[in-house]
Design a protein around this ligand. Structure first.
Ligand SMILES: Nc1ncnc2c1ncn2[C@@H]1O[C@H](COP(=O)(O)OP(=O)(O)OP(=O)(O)O)[C@@H](O)[C@H]1O
Length: 247
């Protein structure tokens, strides 16, 4: 398989903050429809890798190819338009809008909150809202104000808002932080569903959750890959136990 067959091919990626290499000559390859989980101790560089992919942080050296297109030269907006979605830890939903409206304003052709509330709803938008609402288990509460949702539902709504743009790569930073056990299980099912037609990268510390979702796990340590592969192999790796799992 050549590198051009991967959805995402990261090669020799390095970022240096005042001489400190937070990410150091990283190579990582993500397949189509793969759900990859990135784990590792605090400060390992996990969030920085996602920041580099989505263009929030600019690399010092190396390459990030998404469907063979170099991302390191693109702006954050261009990267979103290329098909890369990123969810941060704190949800950025519109609390005073309904679930429906939150999804509707996220439709790519919408023109921001105020413009989109008044635009003529095309059938395509309505269909897309219902399709995504079903996917995020919110079809029955489309009329509910987002402020009234549970913490877990707010996280799912934000995932739904990203799905409205049909990204081919979706990146999530600790999606189950603060969720109940039931919400964690439902989120695992949700992620297993959504990676059926896109690639997903998740940063996560909850190993029970990682086991339920990961196709492959990448362990980062000091900006480099310490281990990579199936969860059971990674869990049994002595170096991984020493720097991360044993703590
Ligand atoms: N913009 C920045 N300027 C300077 N240093 C930074 C910057 N961003 C990240 N770092 C440093 O890079 C290192 C990696 O941070 P990062 O947030 O990527 O780690 P992480 O693996 O996501 O950790 P955590 O699990 O705690 O979220 C840390 O030492 C951090 O202080």
């Amino acid at each position: 398989m050549s590198n051009t067959d991967f959805v995402l091919a990261i090669e020799d990626l390095t970022v240096s903050f005042d001489g400190f290499k937070a990410v150091d000559k990283l190579n990582m390859y993500i397949d189509k429809n793969e759900l990859r989980v990135v784990i590792g101790p605090n400060g390992a560089g996990k969030t920085t890798v996602l920041d580099l992919i989505c263009g929030k942080t600019k690399s010092t050296a190396g390459s990030i190819k998404f469907k063979n297109r170099e991302l390191t030269k693109l702006s954050e907006h261009e990267i979103v338009r290329a098909g890369v979605g990123r969810k941060f830890q704190t949800p950025s939903i519109y609390e005073n809008l309904t679930v429906y409206q939150n999804l509707e304003v996220s439709y790519p052709k919408g023109r921001g909150v105020f413009g989109s509330l008044f635009f003529k709803r095309s059938d395509a938008v309505v269909a897309q809202v219902h399709k995504i609402a079903k996917e995020i288990m919110m079809e029955d509460i489309l009329g509910m104000e987002a402020a009234l949702l549970s913490h877990g539902q707010k996280q799912w709504l934000e995932i739904g808002m990203l799905l409205m743009q049909e990204p081919e790569l979706l990146m999530l930073d600790e999606p189950v932080a603060g969720m109940s056990a039931k919400e964690r299980d439902q989120t695992a099912e949700l992620l297993n569903r959504i990676c059926q037609n896109r690639s997903v990268i998740v940063i996560e510390h909850d190993m029970e959750f990682v086991k339920k979702i990961a196709h492959k796990v990448t362990v980062l340590h000091q900006g480099k890959i310490l281990a990579e592969g199936a969860m059971d192999k990674v869990q049994a790796n002595e170096k991984v136990i020493e720097v991360y799992l044993g703590h």
